[in-house]
Design a protein around this ligand. Structure first.
Ligand SMILES: Cc1cc2nc3c(=O)[nH]c(=O)nc-3n(C[C@H](O)[C@H](O)[C@H](O)COP(=O)(O)OP(=O)(O)OC[C@H]3O[C@@H](n4cnc5c(N)ncnc54)[C@H](O)[C@@H]3O)c2cc1C
Length: 413
């Protein structure tokens, strides 16, 4: 056997697993398809601005494991409440409309929690004819990346009930915090996609682009899109795991980041919905944390613009939304900086997982070990904090604990 444990994937879950195994004395190797670690946790430094392309918010911040890790590392946390619920100067969205729209959203959420539809289809909790249904759909697009007709009411409600609704930020970048927590000395192979995993006598063989690696146990942290797809050939016995992954598809969420080149009408730390009645509406965070940027959040229908028409179309859409609210002058005050492209990123394939109707239990199925040799982690396997970087991290810790217990059984008394 070459090693004890192979960790496939160096995202938040892989880093959680590596930290749990650090100091165990076991020989561990982390194998990552991309040329960088972090996966969906990625802070890109452009023009001195740390831009979070993936996770950016410490959700459920007071009980988020990364909050404690940031504090211990002396990393600055911005604890200001998010401005998501506030429409800057009520532009394009009167106070009365804002009240009705948020009351409609709250009623929809309450229905999911207290009187969920028997079909488990989240769309069936919408009030027929409510004029804010598009707004609810668009907001869920930012939160879950999915379409309500294809989404489990129970899965959405379970996350919602567990969330503390505190959302803090890291001026130095969430991705940077996460990648800085890979334990020193971790054996890491970058740019090495795992092509197949098969069980062998005492463990597993991993075929990679750089040859075969034999391990006693494997911790798989790849996204559900990868597990359900064809990029890794897995043992036939894993069909139920692959089916669970297919029932937990990744949503579509992208960001387009604009640079503010003239302050013009843009007040720092403000928020706007582009057009609260439009399914393709963009949610704008203006000059967050003092940076000269506008983060344009594109959920589901608007995220599709990036995948289907490309970054230039996404920028045009985001800037049109701003000029609609601020007038033509807004156009001269911004310039495109970068968009994400998660849906088309080869080894990820989307933003984060939601469950199909009737499939909330797929998360538990996916988290089960297979033959005491393959262990599963990743945001989609978190019992309550799926979709998040802290849920991913804790799932990696959990899977590594399971692998440790198998390789080092406790003596019975
Ligand atoms: C736009 C966007 C915004 C988000 N915002 C937030 C937020 O504000 N707060 C929050 O908590 N979360 C947010 N998230 C979600 C969060 O980023 C993820 O839930 C989390 O980072 C997932 O970590 P993971 O380790 O489970 O998966 P990943 O990060 O996907 O890690 C899996 C790794 O496996 C690698 N891999 C895949 N296939 C192979 C292979 N065959 N061989 C080897 N390696 C392979 C991938 O390259 C990847 O690096 C956001 C995500 C996106 C996309």
């Amino acid at each position: 056997m070459d090693i004890d444990i192979a960790i496939v994937g160096a995202g938040a879950a892989g880093i959680g697993a590596a930290r749990r195994l650090s100091g165990s004395g076991l020989k561990v190797t982390m194998i990552e398809a991309a040329p960088r670690i972090g996966g969906r946790a990625w802070t890109l430094d452009i023009a001195g601005i740390p831009l979070d392309m993936g996770c950016a918010w410490l959700h459920s911040a007071s009980r988020n494991v990364w909050t404690g890790l940031a504090e211990t590392a002396g990393v600055k946390i911005d604890r200001k409440p998010s401005g998501w619920a506030v429409q800057y100067q009520d532009l394009g969205f009167t106070p009365a409309e804002q009240r009705e729209a948020s009351a409609s959203f709250e009623r929809w959420t309450e229905t999911l929690l207290t009187a969920p539809p028997a079909s488990d289809i989240a769309a069936e909790a919408l009030e027929p004819g409510n004029e804010w249904n598009n707004h609810i759909r668009t907001k869920v697009g930012y939160i879950s990346g999915g379409v309500l007709e294809e989404m489990s009411a129970k899965d959405y409600a379970t996350y919602e009930a567990a969330s503390t609704d505190e959302n803090w930020r890291l001026p130095g970048g969430y991705g940077a915090l996460i990648t800085s927590h890979l334990p020193e000395g971790t054996r890491l192979r970058l740019s090495t996609p795992v092509q197949s995993i098969s069980l062998t006598g005492g463990g597993a063989a991993l075929e990679t682009s750089a040859g075969t690696l034999r391990a006693k146990a494997v911790i798989l942290t790849v996204s559900t899109a990868m597990l359900a797809g064809e990029t890794i050939k897995l043992p036939a016995g894993l069909a139920p795991w692959r089916e669970a992954a297919a029932n937990l598809p990744l949503g579509r969420d992208e960001k387009a980041i604009l640079e503010v080149v003239k302050n013009g009408p843009f007040a720092p730390e403000t928020h706007l919905f582009g057009n609260p009645r439009d399914l393709k509406s963009v949610s704008y965070n203006i000059r967050p944390m003092g940076y000269p940027t506008i983060e344009c959040y594109l959920g589901n229908d608007s995220a599709a613009i990036v995948a289907e028409e490309g970054p230039a179309a996404a920028f045009a859409h985001a800037i049109d939304g701003l000029t609609r609210l601020f007038g033509a002058q807004a156009r001269d005050c911004v310039r495109p900086l970068i968009t994400t492209g998660w849906t088309r990123t080869t080894h990820i394939g989307g933003s984060y997982s939601y469950a199909k109707p009737g499939q909330a239990g797929a998360r538990r199925t996916l988290a089960r070990p297979f033959e005491n040799r393959l262990f599963f982690a990743g945001e989609a396997t978190s019992p309550l904090d799926y979709t998040t970087a802290h849920g991913a991290y804790e799932s990696g810790m959990r899977a590594a604990g399971e692998a440790l217990a198998t390789l080092r059984p406790q003596p019975s008394l």
